[in-house]
Design a binder for this molecule. Structure first.
Ligand code: ADP
Length: 258
């Protein structure tokens, strides 16, 4: 690890990252973490050096998504990220007991995220994907303001209620001059694996229409599919283990656009 030895820089690993990209959503449960993990893996599949920072301190998903339970190594100053499927990972879930209910005030969220950015030996990266905490509160705003973000991707389901939150997300990033890379529609539709019938469970096309209204890019749609959920729960994200599947290709197409 590159550890500075004097002055204010003490305890600080050098952050040598070309692009920091935030994956955000107005509300929880829309698939933000699943999207962040699979986009990070898709970017790594394009020969980029990728890190994934799980900044969702309210509900860290990276330990589950990557099936990791061990603690990262640390010399007491610098924490080593955990590498899985070729990407470097850090999550608050690696550092605290996952069963502990964490009550985070805004400044605590900020300092936890700052620590994961600065005290982790990320090495040299092309892209650091940040799985943001859901919502558009003070903590998220400060985070967007204080992290040198290249851009933000907003994940939403097609439902109006999720889109209203996505709108707030776009407004928040605009407020702090972070470019919006675009909107992803997750859980876009469902194809029955038995009969092939397509059902638009949460509606369809809402995010694309909203992106157009907001004047931001539409990055693509990810259908609802049991395999995405199963592989996520098994700690083997779909892009890592079934890269040729239709779903993995959908994530890869989004990675191409950002
Ligand atoms: P968030 O980060 O927005 O809270 P998650 O990524 O944790 O959401 O996703 C919530 C749940 O939905 C998880 O169980 C995840 O596996 C599942 N999920 C997300 N996207 C899909 C999809 N396209 N198809 C099927 N299940 C999905």
């Amino acid at each position: 690890p590159q550890v500075a030895t004097s002055g204010a820089e003490i305890r600080q690993a050098k952050l040598d990252v070309r692009h920091i990209i935030a994956i955000a959503s107005g509300k929880g449960g829309v698939g933000k973490s699943t999207t962040a993990a699979n986009i990070a893996l898709a970017l790594a599949g394009k020969n980029l050096r990728v890190g994934l920072l799980d900044a969702d301190v309210y509900g860290p998903s990276v330990p589950i998504l990557f099936g990791l339970t061990h603690k990262p190594e640390s010399d007491g100053k610098i924490i080593q990220p955990i590498t899985a499927y070729g990407i470097k990972l850090m999550s608050i879930g690696f550092l605290i007991d996952s069963n502990t209910a964490m009550v985070w005030r805004g400044p605590m969220v900020m300092s936890a995220i700052t620590q994961m950015l600065k005290d982790v030996d990320w090495g040299s990266l092309d892209v650091l994907v940040v799985d943001m905490p859901p919502g558009t509160g003070d903590a998220q705003l400060t985070m967007a303001q204080q992290t040198r973000l290249s851009g933000a991707v907003i994940v939403s389901t097609p439902q109006d209620i999720a889109l209203a939150d996505a709108r707030r997300g776009v407004a928040m990033f605009r407020k702090v001059d972070v470019p919006i890379l675009g909107v992803v529609e997750n859980m876009s539709y469902f194809c029955c694996p038995n009969c092939g019938t397509r059902t638009d469970i949460f509606g369809h096309g809402g995010a694309e229409a909203e992106a157009e209204r907001l004047g931001v890019a539409f990055l693509g749609e990810i259908p609802l599919h049991a395999r995405v959920r199963e592989l996520s729960d098994a700690g083997t994200p779909i892009v890592a283990v079934e890269p040729e599947s239709e779903h993995a290709k959908a994530y890869s197409a989004i990675a191409d656009m950002i």
